[in-house]
Design a protein around this ligand. Sequence first.
Ligand SMILES: Nc1nc2c(c(=O)[nH]1)N[C@H]1C(S)=C(S)[C@@H](COP(=O)(O)OP(=O)(O)OC[C@H]3O[C@@H](n4cnc5c(=O)[nH]c(N)nc54)[C@H](O)[C@@H]3O)O[C@H]1N2
Ligand SMILES: Nc1nc2c(c(=O)[nH]1)N[C@H]1C(S)=C(S)[C@@H](COP(=O)(O)OP(=O)(O)OC[C@H]3O[C@@H](n4cnc5c(=O)[nH]c(N)nc54)[C@H](O)[C@@H]3O)O[C@H]1N2
Ligand code: SF4
Ligand SMILES: [Mo]
Length: 769
Amino acid sequence: MKRTGPTEDIDESRLEVHAPKDYAAGLTGVAVSLVRGVEQMGTGRTVRALRLVNQRQGFDCPGCAWPEPREADGEGRKLAEFCENGAKAVAEEATLRRAGPEFFAAHPVAELAGKTDYWLGQQGRLTHPMVLREGATHYEPLSWDDAFTLVAEKLRALSTPDEAIFYTSGRTSNEAAFLYQLFARSFGTNNLPDCSNMCHESSGAALSATTGVGKGSVSLADIQHADLLVVVGQNPGTNHPRMLTALERAKARGARIIAVNPLPEAGLMRFKNPQNARGLLGRGTALADEFAQIRLGGDLALFQAIGHLLLSWEEAAPGTVADQDFIASSTHGFETYAKNLRELDWAAVDRATGLPREQIEKIARMIAESERTVYCWAMGLTQHRHAVPTIQEITNLALLRGMIGKPGAGLCPVRGHSNVQGDRTMGVWEKMPERFLSALEQEFGIPVPRKHGYDTVDAIRAMRDGHGRVFIAMGGNFAAATPDSALTERALRSCELTVQVSTKLNRSHVVHGKTALILPALGRTERDVRSGVEQFVTVEDSMSCVHTSRGRLRPAGDQLLSEVDIVCRLAVTLLGDEHAVPWHEFRTDYDRIRDRIGRVVPGCDDYNARVREPDGFVLPHPPRDSRQFPGTANGKANFTTSELEYPEVPPGRLLLQTLRSHDQYNTTIYGLSDRYRGISDARRVVLVHPEDLAGLGFTDGELVDLVSEWKDTERKAERFRVVAYPTARGCAAAYFPEANSLVPLDSVARTSNTPVSKAIVIRLEHTAH
Ligand SMILES: Nc1nc2c(c(=O)[nH]1)N[C@H]1C(S)=C(S)[C@@H](COP(=O)(O)OP(=O)(O)OC[C@H]3O[C@@H](n4cnc5c(=O)[nH]c(N)nc54)[C@H](O)[C@@H]3O)O[C@H]1N2
Ligand SMILES: Nc1nc2c(c(=O)[nH]1)N[C@H]1C(S)=C(S)[C@@H](COP(=O)(O)OP(=O)(O)OC[C@H]3O[C@@H](n4cnc5c(=O)[nH]c(N)nc54)[C@H](O)[C@@H]3O)O[C@H]1N2
Ligand code: SF4
Ligand SMILES: [Mo]
């Protein structure tokens, strides 16, 4: 097998376009997982690795945050408890390819900066700590001790701890995340931006204010017992593939599904379950009973229209639609909500959604008739200017019908990274509540800063303005994942030091500060032995279940350190042996970290014992567990009232969303096959409705530049191939991260500050030859 990555980068002219698929998974998915596994890991390691994914004695899949089945939900685990994209995530990490010191000696950084994230990532695992010294052309190896000394010196030289920024990506374990935030706060700052700021921050903001818990309120059992599932702004076939198994089971029990999406995503239409003969050989299961092909950003209007209809039916026949008992006993703000929706501007609803009135009525009818509704959503809702009120409008519908805190019903923001929810529970947030900060202070006897820190967008602004001078990332790919690429890259380059704790090479290593460090970490799949004892870590899935993850594979190199070890050694170098936090103790025995998590983090009492239960444990969630809402200011679930709002698009312009292909994990590009959408071998494509293309004077296959227009500014992304595609009218789509340069830094969601990467006003221009 090939142990080196590709030498050639993507050749965009090789684009192939076929008709989109109308079903997800099936045999091809199985074949692709095996081929990718063997390509990256060889046969033996592929078999060993895939046997361990999502098993109780194995590791948590490094893909998405979809939960594993639990006995408590009436389900056991199968031998193969993973999907095609989980297998790709494992292959990508457990690859036998290496990017070691020889690789860096052979490639000047300036050359690497010209490569795509695909090429960079495919070079293999990072194996040695590397430094790029000021003015140098190449990264060179250095010892771990020298690396930690260098970071400590640069941190000490800052005029205030607030000039340091500590970013986290959502793959970091609970143990590492807990220590990382403790380290940042011991140093003296709350500058803890994370990938969640660009992801489900809007869900957290919306739900904290309305239900008092910024997390979802359902379990897998609820999904399976729902009689109606509303899946909005989410592409589960690619991004949460095992969700399709849950949807299939719900359908088998008679559930109906409503999908709301500008794109007819294959995974919303039909599922051929690779784990049964019917799925492999037959037609599979039809999923969406109703597919609403909405315009980008039209969801707030849709859910207001549905609310309006439900309220009018309730008024006509009191007690038939609204759950009056629940509303009276447990909620606040219903009257104002109802009053606000009594009059509805249907013309605005038409413009915002592009949906026929009959379809909106039909969907409202389905919601009115359902006894057990679950609402699921993801980035199609969270990355809009009006994301927070949109999610709150869904919450209003759930409250109106009493669809929270009862079996088969609830709110389900489907999280992205496998431990993004856990990282937040562990304190990775720039504005953790006082209760958490004072618990930290008490537990460790250290002063903890109270001033709120920077989130992702504010961190970029701070670096741009010279207030952020040392940037440290615990995983992720900040340079590529963030908006306004040109501005963000300048901001990173102006730092004194950038430090990336990483597993694979990516753009954030080649867009660097004056001095830059790469610190190679053990991945989730790898054995982590401390003082002769195999350690495990813990993670939290999208449904608040906390459980263990044990790496079992041979590590990619003997120089790699665990993320826990990296934080502890850095902390000792900077803060000294006498520091009040026992960093040495934590390094060698992760149980000691868990003891402290149990004492500091709400809901984690007796943590060491409870994570050792076969399926772990579920964190408390009062609205889900007992229909109580102690987390809101008034102790009630709150209805909210918002203006009808949607993105305005000037004539001759399109609204662009940036999304994931089937063959990538965020900025990690596994391959070049967006199979369900029929697009392969290239990534710089823009999907536009054929009639919009004709109307704008462009043709399918043509090369165009995308120009985004925001306030008085313009941003350009060059050389995209037009693909005529059945998206909603007036809307377009291009892949993340290629199109990130088009997202203005200041274009953010209100309240959550999440970059608006699903509604960018663009015009097309013929590429000059
Ligand atoms: N294989 C794989 N799995 C992943 C990831 C990955 O990159 N690859 N990423 C992980 C992460 S971090 C996350 S956050 C999740 C992301 O999971 P998703 O949210 O499914 O990811 P996106 O590709 O951004 O897809 C957004 C979906 O919402 C639709 N949409 C866009 N705008 C709107 C809108 O205005 N209204 C409505 N109703 N729909 C809209 C799009 O057409 C698309 O189907 O996946 C996680 N899982
Ligand atoms: N335009 C646009 N931008 C977006 C989005 C979008 O939809 N559109 N989505 C946003 C979303 S939802 C998210 S979550 C962010 C993602 O932003 P990030 O989380 O910053 O990006 P990733 O691509 O997930 O990070 C991949 C890198 O993580 C490192 N890595 C992988 N596993 C490990 C590990 O176990 N340990 C360590 N230390 N490092 C590891 C590897 O080096 C890899 O290159 O992007 C956001 N940006
Ligand atoms: S659904 Fe998500 S967590 Fe489960 S195997 Fe697939 S990628 Fe991994
Ligand atoms: Mo995400």
